[in-house]
Design a protein around this ligand. Structure first.
Ligand code: FMN
Length: 368
């Protein structure tokens, strides 16, 4: 007696359904996080520590949720972030997310470790639909260069280099589920000696280069014209370093709590970062994105008030896709649009350019 789709009223509802209908191993891979999963919980909790300071009498008849991210116009300030192994949740895999993103005019970040091939995911997009590439950097830089330049040739509009995963975190739920079948043609694991005893994540990640460093950034800037964004930056020092390295943006992220347990939430780091960037006149040099624990439109609004250009959302779309396929993804995105339109009215803003720090009370964040 699974609830029908119309009984899902918010993004968290999809998670409850997915848990009941998904294969145990797939659920373990999607839902797991590192060690005691403290950071994953904090990703939600941190949003609960921020309160609104709405303005009244603002004529909120017409609400415009649109914005731009890395130069692309989108209908609402979130994107579908990269999550590996889409076919664990749905036999069609990541292309389901591509179709949902198209319908709602949002951007999809394509994972290096997608179940579908990169070209299948690009082919599933319609003309003009924006996609980005998430990159795990291979020890073999020729492979990395080929992946990056192929993505650029196929029209990708951003290169998101994951920097929080020199080694994959220990996700014990995933390890316990004795992962046995990747069920995919994961592009980068070929030739690797795959050890399946450590869970899905570890089985497919041995190619990732732990020697990656700031010294490699000029090389990336030299091999592509795509904007380069570092995904997984976690403190203001590294944001400033990224700025000086000449990259175009950062994602303040802890990988959905799947890497370093006791990493701070992205929204908490954002509150640390933006005042310093403004003080140094660097706030327009980089686009700042946040992900982790975004489940409500109020979360999106809070992140934009604190200075984010947009937010990434991961698990909710995986759960919606696993439980209901494309109609689930479609509904999840529509629910966010409806929630955001209403909440923009209630805080007294007609469009996202009006969102600013004076609309939030962040005194509950632990940095204060
Ligand atoms: N991030 C990457 O950079 N590369 C990946 O391959 C990747 N795979 C993921 C797989 C799963 C199942 C999940 C849940 C996350 C993955 N992430 C990966 C992290 C997401 O891009 C994102 O940082 C995180 O999911 C955001 O948190 P949320 O799931 O709470 O929205």
């Amino acid at each position: 007696n699974m609830p029908i789709l119309e009984q899902c009223y918010n993004l968290l509802d999809f998670e409850a359904v997915a848990k009941n209908v998904m294969k145990r191993t797939a659920w373990a891979y999607y839902s797991s996080a590192a060690d005691d999963e403290i950071t994953m919980r904090e990703n939600r909790n941190a949003y609960h520590k921020i309160w609104f300071r709405p303005r009244v009498l603002q004529d909120v008849t017409d609400i415009d949720l649109s914005t731009t991210m890395l130069g692309t116009k989108v209908d609402i300030p979130f994107y579908v972030t990269a999550t590996a192994l889409g076919k664990l949740g749905n036999p069609e895999g990541e292309v389901v997310l591509t179709r949902g993103a198209r319908k709602h005019n949002v951007i999809q970040m394509i994972p290096t470790l997608a179940s579908c091939s990169f070209d299948e995911i690009v082919d599933a997009a319609e003309d003009g639909q924006c996609q980005w590439l998430q990159l795990y950097v291979n020890k073999n830089r020729d492979i990395t260069k080929r992946i990056v330049q192929h993505a650029e040739k196929r029209g990708c509009k951003g290169l998101f280099i994951t920097v929080d995963a020199p080694q994959l975190g220990r996700r014990e739920k995933d390890m316990r589920s004795k992962f046995s079948d990747v069920g995919s043609n994961v592009q980068s694991s070929s030739g690797d000696n795959v050890d399946r005893s450590q869970g899905a994540a570890r089985a497919i990640s041995s190619f990732i280069d732990p020697s990656l460093s700031w010294k490699d950034i000029p090389w990336f800037l030299s091999i592509t014209k795509m904007p380069i964004i570092l995904k997984g930056v976690q403190c203001v020092e590294d944001v400033i370093r990224a700025c000086h390295a000449g990259v175009h943006g950062v994602v303040l992220s802890n990988h959905g709590g799947r890497q370093l347990d006791f990493a701070r939430s992205g929204i908490e780091v954002l509150a640390e970062v933006m005042p310093v960037l403004r003080e140094r006149g660097l706030e327009n040099k980089l686009e700042i994105f946040v992900d982790g624990g975004v489940r409500r439109a109020t979360d999106i609004i809070k992140a934009l008030c604190l200075g984010a250009k947009g937010v990434g959302i991961g698990r909710p779309f995986l759960y919606a896709m696993s439980a209901y396929g494309l109609p689930g993804v479609d509904r999840a995105m529509q629910l966010l649009k409806d929630e955001m339109e209403m909440n923009m009215r209630l805080i007294g803003c007609q469009n996202v350019t009006q969102l600013n720090p004076s609309l939030v009370d962040t005194r509950g964040l632990s940095m204060h």
